[in-house]
Ligand binder design. Structure first.
Ligand code: KIV
Ligand code: ZN
Length: 521
């Protein structure tokens, strides 16, 4: 019988994932994701890069102060200041780990670091030794490992293990490698590094050529026992290896792969939904495992086969990853449902709402039941997620009313009534060439911040002709990129809410930056 090897799942959604263009999560959103990752059962949560900003420091600290089951780690350059900041942020978590990195490839050494091989070794060794005075678990990453000369990689790995590193991560930083090459690198390191038994090896793959998952699996086939990955595969550029694809591939092909993870696969869909909603990065419909179409069968022959025996065309049962076949259309609560039933349903989503948030969610639900006959789980979930994002006592904009009228000359007139952060009510009217355009122009002219629409999307949540509309936007606000989302029964209301939500998210981040400044002064 083949031995089954335990593979540790290191999730970097909150660090590499948060480096995705246009994504900026506030600390409450990061904590929400971290709690879900803990429910999913990931072994390690990379919570952020504390030295990169005060905001990141606070988010990592909040996560470290809250999470008890998973190891919490934070990224640091090979600099004492970064390591000290990571220690300060992580010191209250029961299982802290530092993750330090330095590039090793010739191109990075020559052009970026301007260091020779010996300097790269000395710096890494010194900083691993320093980290070891503060942390028991020290992960060292050879940035751009897959483009590094193998003998040099062997030499530096032996040196950092000797200095105390307990995890060696070999990233394919630029997503350039192939499964065979990446696997061979791990084999070479496993076979040639004399003290490799004192550390574990880890993969970290980017998806520039669409091979991140295949490369990660090649890594574990050749000695790695930790995989770094992210929910929905989000991350720098084309992203990282997708956690859900790796987890389900190892499970479904357990006949072929002698590996197991300790993930709770039924939490995959929920994790994907939370990350997609909070980052504003929707999942493509044909995405493996969690895409909307992943379990949809269109061709007549396929449908016929499915009816006779689902295994004819379905290798993964949707229930395995928490997708219930008809969850989107399940009648959930109706007009006559009370607060108690609503609270129970919120609990079943495992998202925590305080009394104030619960009251707001219940009111939104009641308003929805006035317009929508069947309120589904997806509808309720959207309401909760929106409230979670708006949950803060910051002064913000509130769209109190709007109207859109179509004029005879083909123009559209939008009138809005907005409550501004200083609590004054402002009405404004503009014309534009379409309803969304006119509405956005009106909002843009009222808000004090300079805003510019970069991306706009509209889709439906839940099933049926009275499904909720969900809008997502990307705005450039005072030169920062912020995403926003809004849901409503009406497409225009959802669109307006999304715009306002992005501006409020910007205000929130500005206000927390000011609080930090004040605290530092
Ligand atoms: O891709 C990469 O090399 C990284 C390191 C910082 C681990 O993200
Ligand atoms: Zn990376």
């Amino acid at each position: 019988m083949t031995d089954i090897t335990d593979i540790k799942i290191f999730d970097t959604t909150l660090r590499d994932g948060e480096q995705s263009p246009g994504v900026n999560l506030n600390k409450e959103e990061k904590l929400e994701i971290a709690k879900q990752l803990e429910r999913l059962g990931v072994d390690v949560i990379e919570a952020g890069f504390p030295a990169s900003s005060e905001g990141d420091f606070r988010s990592v600290k909040l996560i470290a102060d809250t999470i008890t089951q998973s190891t919490v780690t934070a990224l640091a350059r090979t600099k004492k200041h970064d390591i000290d900041r990571a220690y300060e942020a992580l010191k209250n978590t029961p299982n802290p780990r530092i993750h330090i990195f330095l590039a090793t490839s010739p191109i990075h050494r020559e052009f970026k670091l301007k260091m020779d091989k010996q300097q790269v070794i000395d710096t890494s060794v010194d900083m691993v030794k320093y980290s070891k005075t503060l942390f028991k678990e020290v992960e060292w990453s050879a940035e751009d490992a897959s483009r590094t000369e193998l003998p040099f990689l062997k030499e530096i790995i032996e040196a950092v293990i000797e200095a105390g590193a307990t995890i060696i991560n070999l990233p394919d930083t630029v997503g350039y490698t192939t499964p065979k090459e990446y696997g061979d690198m791990f084999k070479y390191i496993s076979d040639n590094v004399s003290n490799i038994d004192q550390a574990i090896l880890s993969t970290h793959c980017h998806n520039d050529l669409g091979m991140a998952v295949a490369n990660s699996i090649a890594g574990i086939e050749n000695g790695a026992t930790q995989i770094e990955c992210s929910i929905n595969g989000i991350g720098e550029r084309a992203g990282n290896a997708a956690l859900e694809e790796i987890a389900v591939a190892l499970h479904i092909r357990g006949d072929f792969y002698p590996y197991k993870t300790s993930l709770n696969l039924q939490e995959i869909k929920r994790s994907s939904d939370i990350v997609a909603k909070l980052t504003g990065m929707p999942v493509q419909p044909n995405k493996a495992i969690i895409g909307r179409n992943a379990y949809a069968h269109e061709a007549g022959i396929h449908q016929d086969g499915m009816l006779k025996n689902a295994k004819t065309y379905e290798i993964i049962s949707p229930a395995l990853v928490g997708v219930s076949a008809d969850s989107a259309n399940t009648l959930f609560l109706g007009k006559h449902s009370g607060r108690h039933a609503f609270k129970d349903k919120v609990k079943s989503f495992k998202v925590e709402l305080n009394d104030e948030e619960l009251k707001e969610a219940f009111n939104s639900f009641k308003t929805l039941t006035d317009h929508k006959k069947e309120v589904t789980d997806d509808d309720i979930y959207s309401i909760i997620m929106e409230i979670k994002t708006d949950a803060s006592n910051i002064s913000r904009y509130v769209l109190e009313n709007f109207e859109v009228n179509y004029e005879q000359d083909g123009q559209t007139k939008a009138s809005i009534l907005i409550m501004t952060p200083d609590q004054s009510q402002v009405t404004h009217e503009v014309t534009g060439s379409g309803s969304v355009e006119a509405l956005y122009k009106a909002i843009q002219e009222v808000v004090a911040e300079s805003t510019n629409l970069l991306d706009y999307q509209i889709s439906s949540v839940g099933g049926g002709k009275d499904a909720l509309a969900e809008s997502r936007v990307q705005l450039k606000i005072n030169n920062h990129q912020f995403s926003g989302r809004g849901t409503a029964q009406d497409v225009l209301a959802a669109s307006a809410n999304a715009y306002i939500n992005a501006v409020n998210r910007y205000l929130m981040s500005e206000q927390s930056a000011k609080t930090i400044e004040r605290a530092k002064a």
